[in-house]
Design a protein around this ligand. Structure first.
Ligand SMILES: NC(=O)c1ccc[n+]([C@@H]2O[C@H](COP(=O)([O-])OP(=O)(O)OC[C@H]3O[C@@H](n4cnc5c(N)ncnc54)[C@H](OP(=O)(O)O)[C@@H]3O)[C@@H](O)[C@H]2O)c1
Length: 270
């Protein structure tokens, strides 16, 4: 399978590239700098996206590219990638986020309509809408905090706060469903292989607070979990934020061979 991974220099994109290559695929990837031998691409450049996809002629496009502060990347760029993939007749898996939701105690089903609170979640929701309109057969994968080794920004944040390399605290009242990067990457490739169309939640089955995640990361790295600085969002002086964003990933768990492990098992501290 000739696969183009948009954002192959990133944490998730790199793992998708690694697994797809291990499965014998022909892998093309992008980064914004051309680093690591990937093709240089800025997905906010519509013509550049079209030109690269026309040159590579992928059978599968996986779009993992994002920057949390960029509407142009998360929304416009997502649309340009979907247009180019559709033009090339390629299957598309687009990666989205739990941040499209505004938070509530009940888990969100796969097709729950977005209720974003943050600009980032709004931009990703706009990206989802564009992708689905351009290519209803595309898989749109909503995921949660991506963990793994120190390449994970969630893991790095926990370690930096615990060791004093960064200032701040992890919230005790924001719950998410972290997922291991390898589980997520494998699930993405499996969804592509079965041609899954539409929205699907792919997150871990074990909701934890950001603080608890930090403690588990600390334990995994031989640090004292009690040394993780934690506080509530109110103590941090922040306004209303989504407290619980729990993705119900039972459809993915039932559909896929890839196990979606809980955070404790994934970090080896179950
Ligand atoms: N990280 C999480 O905990 C989390 C949680 C929920 C959902 N997600 C979603 O998961 C996906 C992957 O996240 P990640 O943590 O693996 O991301 P990441 O490590 O930050 O990688 C982002 C990738 O996007 C590329 N990129 C940035 N700006 C671009 C542009 N203008 N044009 C093309 N590519 C660009 C980066 O290229 P350079 O390396 O050249 O900058 C990099 O390859 C994203 O869609 C994100 O919304 C992530």
């Amino acid at each position: 399978m000739r696969t183009l991974i948009v954002g192959a220099s990133g944490h998730l994109g790199g793992e998708v590239a690694r697994l797809a290559a291990a499965a014998g695929g022909e892998i093309h990837g992008t980064s914004t700098t051309g680093a690591d031998g990937w093709s240089r691409l800025d997905i906010t450049d519509r013509e550049a996206v079209h030109a690269l996809v026309s040159r590579v002629r992928p059978q599968l496009v996986v779009n993992t590219a994002y920057r949390a502060d960029s509407w142009a990347i998360c929304a416009d760029g997502a649309a340009y990638v979907a247009l180019a993939a559709a033009g090339a007749g390629a299957r598309l898996v687009h990666v989205s986020t739990d941040a499209v939701h505004g938070g509530r105690p009940e888990p969100y089903p796969d097709d729950a309509a977005p209720t974003p609170v943050y600009r980032y979640g709004a931009a990703k929701a706009a990206g989802e809408t564009a992708v689905a309109a351009i290519d209803p057969a595309a898989a749109v994968v909503r995921t949660s905090l991506i963990i793994g080794d120190e390449r994970s920004k969630q893991v790095r944040l926990a370690l930096d706060l615990t060791t004093g390399r960064a200032r701040g605290a992890l919230f005790t009242d924001e719950y998410r469903c972290p997922i291991d990067v390898s589980d997520l990457a494998a699930a993405i490739l499996e969804l592509a292989a079965i041609g899954y169309p539409g929205l699907i939640n792919v997150a871990g089955p074990q909701p934890v607070s950001r603080a608890e995640l930090g403690r588990l990361v600390a334990a995994r790295h031989g640090l004292d979990p009690a040394a993780v600085p934690v506080c509530t969002t109110a103590e941090a002086g922040l306004g209303a934020r989504p407290g619980e964003i729990l993705l119900d990933s039972s459809r993915a768990a039932g559909l896929l061979k890839t196990p979606l492990r809980g955070v404790g098992e994934a970090l080896g501290v179950a």
